[in-house]
Write a protein that binds this ligand. Structure first.
Ligand code: NAD
Length: 283
């Protein structure tokens, strides 16, 4: 069972496969083929978002896969223009109808947008609590939340997010936010786990990859899962989709783990925007 993906328990009793397949920046016309390939290889967790514009194609690929709905863990995320509770309710219904599903496994607030909506992401979160209560979202969580945002939810809301999906890779190890998650039973999902390819030529990563006889991408993904984070690398190349799945039949020793963690560049290591100031709302 060398390739079995572990299921991890969420704080609400549900489980999530630790490795999934991300579909950010996959064109809708290419999405069904990529997701179908991933499902054939054995991925059972797909990470999409309203903002990615490819929920319908994700749903179609799952329907035609021959797998039962219950075998595939599906995540989507609330788009940035829909934080007011009445808009969030409509957006969530659009997600379910695009996917053609009666429930979703995990629904996230995509960005906290602290400079928008008078800084109110709490009422948005309370709308997600409704979706969980009525069973249409089995689990709910957040994405790109910084520690003060999580502290505010802890003070003002009932449900603790099951996950916080944040940028994490060797150039941005994001320890402070991860540590808050650890302490409060919020799992970290690491987005852009290979920094969109930027860490793959790093001499330290290349050296470790040579030592263990694996590719750079496999080494970095393995580093994430040994840290306990959830990952969903994206690729449209069948060979790479398969390569990224083969990370459960080798281990990295403590020295290799520490060398990779030591590549952290802090804020300058980000590939994406800083959530404290990001305020993009799609037209
Ligand atoms: P990633 O780190 O997964 O890198 C993807 C890129 O790396 C690909 O486009 C490809 O060029 C390259 N690549 C993939 N596998 C490779 C391999 N084996 N060898 C060489 N190159 C390879 O970046 P990502 O797509 O930004 O992040 C993964 C997922 O995280 C997304 O698809 C999405 O689901 C999620 N995400 C979420 C947010 C958020 O705000 N919540 C933001 C970005 C991404």
């Amino acid at each position: 069972m060398a390739h079995t993906v572990p299921d991890i328990s969420l704080n609400d009793g549900n489980t999530i496969p630790q490795l999934g397949f991300g579909v950010y920046q996959i064109e809708p016309k290419d999405t069904a083929a990529a997701v179908s390939r991933a499902l054939e290889i054995g991925y059972r967790h797909i990470d999409t978002a309203e903002m990615y514009g490819n929920e319908a194609e994700v749903g179609a690929a799952i329907r035609t896969s021959g797998l039962d709905r219950g075998e595939v863990f599906v995540t989507s995320k609330l788009n940035n223009g829909f934080h007011r509770p009445e808009d969030a309710r409509k957006a969530f219904e659009s997600t379910l109808s695009a996917l053609k599903m009666d429930h979703i496994d995990l629904f996230l607030i995509h960005w906290p947008l602290p400079t928008r909506y008078d800084g109110d992401f709490v009422s948005t979160w309370k709308a997600l609590e409704e979706f969980r209560r009525d069973g249409r979202a089995r689990s709910i969580g957040v994405s790109n939340f910084q520690v003060p945002h999580l502290e505010r939810l802890a003070a003002e809301a009932d449900v603790v997010p099951a996950v916080n999906q944040i940028e994490v890779h060797p150039y941005l190890t994001n320890e402070q936010v991860r540590a808050y998650g650890d302490a409060h039973n919020i799992l970290t999902e690491a987005w852009s786990p290979i920094a969109q390819g930027r860490v793959l030529d790093d001499p330290t990563i290349v050296d470790i990859a040579e030592q263990v006889g694996r590719t750079s991408a496999q080494v970095v993904l393995r580093w994430h899962v040994q840290r306990g984070d959830i990952v969903f690398p994206k690729s449209t190349t069948p060979k790479r989709i398969e390569e990224n799945f083969r990370i459960f039949d080798f281990t990295l020793d403590d020295t290799a783990m520490e060398r990779i963690s030591g590549l952290d560049k802090g804020e300058t290591g980000r590939t994406g925007p800083n959530p404290d100031v990001f305020d993009y709302i799609p037209a």
